[in-house]
Design a protein around this ligand. Structure first.
Ligand code: C6P
Length: 404
């Protein structure tokens, strides 16, 4: 079990005040907080061995290269990738998805079909629409039901021999639904389709095994997993990464350059043009170490308790409607109270030191489905507590009274 009081000591930000009140941070689905252990790694890098990597014979460059490549091995190990060169550093989930969407420009043709789900973040919609514009491919959508679950029978019926790509998130950022990705991957593969899973919201709560899932591509951002912003990873099966063309041209991604012809470096460097976020990559590895020390089984068991407790408390508030009531759900609760605008409630909660996200959460099709402009979203991590939820419920009731 988790020793939450001790864990909270690792997070300096959790001890500050906001608007004169102790901070209650329930905006973890937007970005997670960073433990001192990861902050120390960042400070150590810039204090002691800041240098460019893969380029220098000098000691600092060697040290930085070793630490950066060591972190890649940690990421490989965490996701159980077969090869370390199947892990590509990116600037985050959005970058990883765009890298793949760009790569498939030359591999698709008019009439090919791409499937996304109704639960996607804009990052997993817009790049595929752009790909369709470039290639003449057709975008199809797996619909959802009122609980915020994907309708799998519809998925089965739109899947066909023309389906080339399937893109789905592991967990919905707006509703918290955990999608049945193993089923989706297995069915898509029966038609030879390639599957990319957006793991931006799953990686803070679940430890995905990319080989057991047999997924073709998996992407995530370090900042959702107690790491820094501006770094993430793309896992790709070796066979697919070899087939795809490079995304960006530049230093470090080449084997040889002349004005007549350039040949590309081997994986993973083919996809890593330019000086990367070296410190970010090293800190990403440290963040995974931190999370693994706590243990993902402990993390998800505790967060499920928080989810259950908060859901029960919220349901007692008159006029409150929760959006996203899937059987398989993570610690994200989206809701509205009566006709009160989410932004107004969010603003009052902030005055009481409570950070939640309000709005469409970069998932406008979900809001359109429910015919609402947005929701209030409270999202919990393993460092949150039931006491914080109690304070939040009291504050929410006050806000509702003020606005009714
Ligand atoms: N969702 C949220 O508040 P980036 O910005 O590249 O790190 O992640 C984009 C992204 C992609 N897919 C999903 C499912 C996501 O949740 C996110 C980021 C944040 O919900 C910020 S919009």
């Amino acid at each position: 079990m988790l020793d939450v009081n001790n864990i909270r000591k690792d997070f300096p930000i959790l001890h500050r005040q906001v608007n004169g009140k102790p901070l209650i941070y329930f905006d973890n689905a937007a970005t997670s907080q960073t433990p001192q252990q990861v902050i120390d790694v960042i400070v150590d890098y810039y204090s002691n061995y800041n240098a460019n990597i893969h380029r220098g014979v000098h000691s600092l460059s060697q040290e930085a290269t070793d630490a950066y490549e060591q972190a890649r091995l940690k990421i490989q190990n965490h996701f159980n990738a077969k090869h370390s060169h199947e892990i590509i550093y990116t600037s985050g989930t959005t970058h990883g998805i765009n890298l793949i969407a760009n790569g498939f420009s030359s591999l698709l043709q008019k009439g090919d079909e791409i499937i996304v789900s109704a639960l996607e973040h804009h990052s997993n919609i817009v790049p595929w629409q752009m790909l369709c514009e470039r290639t003449g491919a057709i975008l199809k959508v797996i619909p959802m039901n009122q609980n915020g679950e994907l309708v799998l029978s519809e998925f089965d019926s739109i899947l066909n021999d023309n389906t080339k790509l399937v893109f789905v998130n592991h967990i919905s950022n707006a509703l918290g639904t955990i999608n049945p990705i193993k089923y989706i991957i297995t069915e898509a593969h029966k038609f030879g389709a390639v599957v990319l899973v957006d793991g931006a919201q799953s990686c803070p709560h679940i430890k995905p095994d990319v080989q057991a899932l047999d997924v073709d591509f998996y992407v995530c951002s370090a900042h959702k997993i107690c790491g820094p912003t501006g770094v993430g990873m793309l896992y790709g099966k070796e066979e697919w990464l070899k087939k795809l063309p490079p995304y960006q041209g530049g230093g470090e991604m080449i084997a040889e350059v002349s004005f007549e012809k350039t040949t590309y470096a081997d994986l993973p460097h083919k996809f890593e043009a330019g000086t990367p976020n070296i410190c970010g990559g090293i800190a990403f590895g440290a963040a995974l170490d931190y999370m693994n020390r706590i243990g993902f089984a402990n993390i998800s068991a505790y967060e499920n308790e928080l989810l259950k407790y908060a859901t029960e408390q919220l349901q007692q508030i008159e006029g409150l409607k929760i959006y996203g009531t899937a059987k398989e759900k993570t610690s994200v609760i989206s809701f509205n109270v009566g006709n009160i605008h989410p932004y107004d409630i969010g603003t009052i909660l902030d005055k009481m030191g409570i950070a939640v996200r309000t709005g469409h959460h970069c998932a406008q099709p979900i809001m359109d489905y429910f015919k609402i402009p947005g929701t209030i979203r409270a999202s919990f991590m393993f460092y949150n507590t039931k006491e914080e939820i109690d304070t939040f419920i009291t504050a929410l009731k006050k806000a509702v009274m003020m606005l009714s």
